[in-house]
Design a protein around this ligand. Structure first.
Ligand SMILES: NC(=O)C1=CN([C@@H]2O[C@H](COP(=O)(O)OP(=O)(O)OC[C@H]3O[C@@H](n4cnc5c(N)ncnc54)[C@H](OP(=O)(O)O)[C@@H]3O)[C@@H](O)[C@H]2O)[C@@H](O)CC1
Ligand SMILES: Nc1ncnc2c1ncn2[C@@H]1O[C@H](COP(=O)(O)OP(=O)(O)O)[C@@H](O)[C@H]1O
Ligand SMILES: [K+]
Length: 503
């Protein structure tokens, strides 16, 4: 598992790694530059005009080494020196000396920054990395503002965009990258939605610091990747029957919001549930039967919302239950949820309006336990715990919430964060902006519920569900882009199994 380590620990990590392996800090920087170039060569053509903007710290040192390596490979490179090179770090100085004489390197003073016109296709930002310790000002600020204003230029940040603190929210300006290529592990602040416009796409390259070494610096934060989920899947035998794949119930829906529960149930079936049933108010019975013939339908007695009277005894038939999508929050829905919690103690996913009800009826929080997975989006989460000033606060409150109520909290969004009661937090690496579409969350509820029903542990069901939901979203949006809708994500679930090579 890939650890996310705070910027403040990285200096010690580097020093310890160098000492432990008996390599020089220059070698580690060379590894980083080579890893960056390996990625860069796959993306950019040698005809592109590439400007590399280098500061005087080790991030600048990376930039200088990248310039040398790309130049040797035939790229059209200009290096721009931005910063106080009299105070350059040792490795930055060494890499400056190693620049070939023929590679143009221009020292940028304030006048140059104001007046120079750049004729570039690609800008590589290696001005500042994780050593930033105050908001940008002076000529670095002017340089970054100017680079941000360039249009039709591809912008790539080395390790982290200049100006972004690695563990905190940004104050002031920062480089606005189209892609950030981060070394070894993503920096914590790259996970914050406030920083989306600065980070762009995120790519992590390996610079040779092995996992075992990183784990000594563990802060219980992990970046969830394919290799972390594949082994968590249960494999079923040739003789498996539908009972082995679990029976799940999706409870919710209300007049005008029946599609939510239909999408959850369909997602559960596509994820592999042997049987999926929907518990809906009367108005939903025909809708679900027609829209999803594979699902069974149970009806509450009430017409438009789930209420107190429903086939209570049937709950025990199910291996897992997802509750909340499209459910509404009126008094009937509240009494349903109260009754549901007293009757069903098996694994469950609590989503959408079920979360909104928990936010209003705080005594229900005491019903949560280690069998519960809560899947709030940012607004639902804040309804639950109160307004937060930034994402860092949300992340810390979701950890506190998970510990206090012993449940798993899935804080949804880009880089969905999964908090476990033991203090671990996983940040998802799959998914994209095209998943920001009505119903995408209902699909996730169906997927996690399905894995719970198939007998996965609550931890594995959640990690596999979140990762694979994002993967299905990526697959669904390859050609559909902005036109992607939630049912496209459902339809992409089978293909996500192919990508994971799980049958
Ligand atoms: N394992 C890894 O991850 C590896 C990491 N590596 C690389 O090292 C990078 C970190 O390097 P780093 O520590 O030298 O910091 P970096 O950001 O280059 O410069 C800091 C300098 O800037 C200054 N300064 C600070 N704020 C400022 C401001 N607002 N405006 C102006 N100046 C400001 C500050 O000095 P000050 O002015 O405070 O005295 C300091 O001198 C990392 O991101 C990665 O790219 C790889 O090479 C190898 C493996
Ligand atoms: N920009 C994004 N990048 C990655 N995943 C996203 C992004 N936007 C939304 N998602 C995912 O899509 C889902 C949206 O869920 P939610 O907000 O509950 O939608 P709804 O309430 O319409 O069902 C979440 O799983 C979230 O992680
Ligand atoms: K940078």
């Amino acid at each position: 598992m890939l650890e996310i380590i705070s910027g403040s620990s990285v200096k010690k990590l580097d020093a310890d790694f160098i000492a432990d392996r008996g390599i020089s800090s220059h070698r580690l920087m060379e590894n980083a530059a080579q890893a960056f170039c390996g990625w860069f060569e796959k993306k950019y053509h040698r005809n592109d005009k590439v400007g590399i903007f280098c500061g005087h710290g080790n991030n600048g040192g990376d930039g200088l080494a990248i310039g040398r390596l790309l130049w040797r490979k035939g790229y059209d490179i200009i290096v721009f020196l931005v910063g106080d090179f009299d105070r350059a770090s040792a490795d930055c100085r060494l890499n400056r000396e190693l620049l070939p004489d023929k590679l143009p390197a221009i020292t940028m003073n304030d006048e140059d920054i104001k007046h120079m016109e750049f004729d570039l296709n690609v800008v590589i930002d290696a001005v500042l990395g994780i050593g930033v310790n105050r908001p940008l000002e002076g000529n670095i600020l002017h340089m970054i503002t100017k680079l941000n204003g360039l249009s039709e230029v591809s912008k790539v940040a080395v390790d982290i965009p200049t100006g972004l603190p690695s563990d905190e929210c940004l104050k002031g300006e920062a480089f606005r990258a189209d892609v950030t290529v981060s070394f070894q592990f993503p920096k914590f602040s790259l996970m914050f939605p406030e920083h989306a416009a600065f980070v762009g796409k995120l790519h992590v390259v390996n610079i040779g610091i092995d996992r075992n070494f990183l784990s000594q610096f563990s802060e219980n934060k992990f970046y969830l990747q394919k290799k972390d989920v594949v082994d968590r899947h249960i494999s079923f035998s040739r003789f498996s029957h539908k009972g082995d794949f679990g029976r799940v119930l999706l409870a919710g829906g209300s007049y005008g919001s029946m599609g939510a529960i239909k999408m959850s149930a369909e997602a559960a079936l596509r994820t592999g549930s042997g049987l999926a049933a929907c518990l809906v108010p009367q108005c939903g019975v025909n809708i679900i039967q027609i829209a999803l013939p594979e699902a069974q339908v149970l009806s509450a007695e009430s017409e438009n919302n789930l209420g107190k009277s429903y086939p209570q005894d049937s709950l025990k038939r199910f291996d897992a239950i997802g509750v909340g999508p499209g459910m509404g929050t009126n008094s009937d829905a509240v009494s349903f949820l109260k009754d549901f919690f007293t009757r069903y103690h098996g694994p469950k996913v609590i989503d959408a309006d079920a979360i909104n009800i928990l936010a209003k009826e705080k005594e229900l929080l005491n019903e949560l336990d280690e069998n519960c997975v809560l899947t709030p989006h940012l607004k639902e989460f804040e309804r639950l715990v109160g307004a937060c000033t930034n994402h860092k606060e949300r992340l810390s409150k979701s950890m506190v919430f998970s510990k206090k109520y012993r449940c798993i909290v899935v804080l949804k969004g880009a880089h969905t964060c999964i908090s476990f009661p033991d203090g671990r937090q996983f940040f998802n690496s799959t998914g994209n902006k095209h998943m920001a579409t009505g119903g995408a969350g209902d699909v996730l509820t169906g997927m996690i519920t399905s894995f719970l029903g198939q007998g996965y542990s609550v931890e594995n069901a959640t990690l596999c569900g979140v990762y694979q939901h994002g993967l299905a979203g990526e697959i669904a949006s390859v050609y559909k882009k902005r036109g992607t809708i939630a049912t496209d994500i459902v339809r992409a679930i089978p293909k996500s199994y192919l990508v994971l090579k799980i049958d």
